[in-house]
Ligand binder design. Structure first.
Ligand code: AMP
Length: 224
């Protein structure tokens, strides 16, 4: 099944996708993680895109589309994938149409107040990328990852002055995709209005939608 998780930064896309990938047995593809991997490896491209990412701006479409297409060509994506953070612009959605079919788009609706609270308290593992929250999803030891024992840090773009910029970019450039996928009859809404709802509860809601979609005959032919 080919699933897109749509929603503002801090909606929980990464947290839910990391659980769904285990349940569904298909890869979780986060373009944010791909961007951070490039930056960490200090490749020529990584140095070029760091500036955008640190400021909360979008990496240019041409670059991100190439990076995503490269990832989707890997054999592990043949049976489907969960996309987190892509597409984020109309151009990216059009490009994705040319690369792969999509079976389902889950639109996570989260009020700004919760997003700001969530992102400013988010901690990320330096090594494996696992996500924690100082209020709702605490690691067992304060700044250590439960999964791989590496250190946790606050992402540069989770700092308060960058969060508002990321939200503005989302509303302007990404939110119009809700209509785009609604017209294609692929979009299903999930509402998360309470910061204290455990991730498992939202994942279960998404799972129910996926099961219903399967009953309607998705995924369609997986050859493209
Ligand atoms: P994320 O972890 O999804 O919030 O992404 C972190 C940063 O990576 C974003 O603020 C952008 O700078 C960049 N990025 C990730 N995905 C995309 C995308 N689809 N288009 C443009 N930039 C992206």
């Amino acid at each position: 099944m080919r699933i897109i998780l749509l929603g503002p930064p801090g909606a929980g896309k990464g947290t839910y996708a990391s659980r769904l990938t285990v349940i569904l047995g298909i890869p979780h593809i986060s373009t944010g993680d791909i961007v951070r991997e490039e930056i960490k490896a200090q490749t020529k491209l990584g140095n070029e895109i760091k500036e955008y990412s640190d400021k909360g701006e979008l990496v240019p479409d041409d670059i991100i589309i190439k990076l995503l297409a490269r990832r989707l060509r890997k054999p592990c994506c043949e049976k489907g994938f969960i996309l987190d953070g892509f597409p984020r612009t109309a151009r990216q959605a059009e490009a994705l149409d040319g690369i792969s079919k999509v079976d389902l788009v889950i639109n996570l609706n989260v009020p700004d107040k919760i997003i700001i609270q969530r992102l400013s308290n988010r901690l990320t593992c330096k090594k494996c990328g696992a996500i924690y929250n100082k209020l709702t999803l605490k690691p067992k030891k304060d700044t250590v990852c439960d999964e791989c024992s590496s250190g946790l840090y606050q992402r540069e773009d989770d700092k308060p002055k960058v969060i508002q910029e990321r939200l503005d970019v989302y509303r302007k450039k990404t939110e119009p995709l809700v209509e785009w996928y609604k017209k294609k009859r692929l979009l299903k809404d999930v509402h998360c209005d309470d910061m204290m709802i455990p991730p498992e509860v939202v994942v279960e809601k998404i799972k129910v939608i996926i099961d219903a979609s399967r009953k309607q005959g998705f995924p369609r032919n997986l050859t493209k």
